[in-house]
Design a protein around this ligand. Structure first.
Ligand code: ADP
Length: 181
């Protein structure tokens, strides 16, 4: 499904984010930036050793050894991925309090802000926090599409894709997007 917003496009796709050829893909990263399971592991496997080295340097130099906090974002090159850049953001672990929604919104806001600052025109997101971090996908879809919509309504970008990994998730995002427009 592809929808125009203020001269930009939001697209919902089913597939593997490591294959996306957008300027950037977003990693639902582990705060250590050293890789993990799910989409994080898949991105590290394809991107390769140089990618891990750059993640380690950011961890050391920018974060002074600390974990990247939930909701924040940093950028690296894409190395062996088709995407030029990877924007790493850490989703909140679902604990059923209001802060989690705000932190998830910050993931989308900060990733889009970084993409804009870098002059990028297209970006692909996975469904942040809805895997191992157990955020309910219906709620996550509302937060994601609201933040993407707000950004596209205020900026000349080009394309924001949500790359869903299952038909169930795709259907939830599609129904949420249909209800917004
Ligand atoms: P989190 O820890 O933020 O919950 P996960 O990686 O566990 O992150 O899951 C986030 C979402 O990414 C889940 O919906 C999962 O199915 C999906 N996912 C896993 N691998 C990929 C992939 N290669 N491309 C796109 N989405 C993926």
């Amino acid at each position: 499904m592809r929808v125009e917003m203020n001269g930009n496009y939001v697209e919902l796709l089913m597939g593997d984010i490591t294959k996306q050829q957008t300027d950037a893909i977003v990693n639902a990263a582990n705060g250590s930036l050293l890789g993990g399971g799910g989409v994080d592991g898949a991105i590290h496997r394809v991107a390769g050793g140089g990618f891990l080295e750059e993640c380690k340097r950011i961890r050391q130099d920018t974060l002074h050894g600390a974990y990247l906090p939930a909701g924040e974002a940093v950028v690296t090159s894409g190395y062996h991925l088709p995407a030029k850049y990877v924007i790493h953001t850490v989703g909140p672990v679902w604990k059923q309090d209001e802060d989690e929604e705000k932190l998830l919104a910050n993931c989308y806001k900060n990733a889009l802000k970084l993409a804009k600052e870098r002059g990028l025109k297209s970006i692909s997101f996975p469904s942040i926090s809805t895997g191992v971090y157990r955020f309910p996908v219906h709620l996550a879809a509302r937060v994601a599409l609201r933040e993407i919509g707000n950004f596209l309504n205020q900026n000349k970008f080009k394309e924001v894709a949500m790359v869903l990994f299952s038909e169930e998730d795709y259907d939830v995002y599609e129904n949420t997007l249909k209800n917004r427009i």
